[in-house]
Design a protein around this ligand. Structure first.
Ligand SMILES: NC(=O)c1ccc[n+]([C@@H]2O[C@H](COP(=O)([O-])OP(=O)(O)OC[C@H]3O[C@@H](n4cnc5c(N)ncnc54)[C@H](O)[C@@H]3O)[C@@H](O)[C@H]2O)c1
Length: 260
């Protein structure tokens, strides 16, 4: 049996990368997917092939009214909201002395306030149902600092603690809240950043213990697990999906000892 049969899932950032991969995977597992994004998706067909009732709306996650409207429409059309995945986000930053205040505000608004507004838009429905699974997408940069990270790391660190607080506040109402911290995942966002800095990419791959970037589908698999009943006793958890990037440092010692 499909793992999300007839479950209703709202996914933000569903036009690209991790959000799109979650939309495809969830639809393939029987969910009705409501995707939102500030941009139109290049290809939403696969999702509708799996799940013809699924639909997409363009919206900006920083607009509370638009998020509330989508949640209301979801309830009108499908009667409930079982899952929320918050994948909308942008990458920007720079050392504090160099970042423009406007860029700081934009990153915090989209990544942190947008996540808060997404969660807020579904909570009334989930509280009335006494059930729901909320999965936020933070980053390994939300648990450790990164050179030049500033606004991005601050926004993603906020998402980690916001998710834990939601788990604390709403757990007794049957609502689970977990956060995924992906490492470096091969998506348009990462490529736009790393395209200009090939040395950065090589260094990241070296520090990633499995020796490669991640795939959006590998994050979607983790989100599927957290959304499903297999994770029924898991809440307030931070699931790191990073190919070992944060496991610790390697300095080539085992290679020197002859382990290949
Ligand atoms: N790719 C990585 O290496 C990586 C690592 C850790 C965390 N993440 C996080 O995963 C999430 C998805 O990123 P991705 O790599 O798939 O990037 P992506 O650029 O492919 O997808 C992000 C999506 O968010 C949408 N978006 C941006 N601003 C928006 C807004 N104001 N309102 C609505 N939608 C908006 C974009 O249009 C895009 O479709 C982001 O939150 C990102 O920070 C990515």
């Amino acid at each position: 049996m499909a793992r999300l049969e007839r479950q209703v899932a709202i996914i933000t950032g569903a036009a690209s990368g991790i959000g799109l991969a979650c939309a495809e995977r969830f639809a393939s597992e029987g969910a009705v997917v409501i995707g939102t994004d500030i941009n139109e998706p290049g290809n939403w067909q696969t999702i509708q092939d799996f799940s013809p009732e699924s639909w997409f709306r363009t919206l900006d996650v920083t607009h509370a009214d638009a998020q509330r409207e989508v949640a209301q429409q979801a309830v009108e059309k499908h009667g409930r909201i079982d899952i929320l995945v918050t994948a909308a986000g942008i990458g920007d930053g720079g050392p504090v002395s160099m970042i423009e205040d406007e860029a700081w505000d934009r990153v915090i608004d989209i990544n942190l306030k947008g996540t808060y507004l997404s969660i807020k838009s579904v909570l009334d429905t989930m509280m009335a149902q006494r059930s729901g699974s909320i999965i936020t997408i933070s980053s390994v940069e939300g648990i450790n600092g990164t050179e030049g990270g500033s606004a991005y790391n601050a926004s993603k660190g906020g998402v980690v603690l916001l998710s834990k607080n939601v788990a604390i506040d709403y757990g007794r109402m049957g609502i689970r809240s977990n956060v995924i911290c992906p490492g470096f995942i091969d998506t348009p966002m990462l490529n736009s950043i790393m395209g200009a800095m090939p040395e950065f990419k090589a260094d990241v791959v070296r520090e990633t213990k499995v020796g490669r970037l991640g795939k959006a589908e590998e994050v979607a698999g983790a989100a599927l697990f957290l959304a499903s009943d297999d994770a029924s006793y898991i809440t307030g958890h931070n699931l790191v999906v990073d190919g070992g990037y944060t496991a610790g440092h390697r300095h080539g010692v085992v290679e020197l000892m002859g382990l290949v």
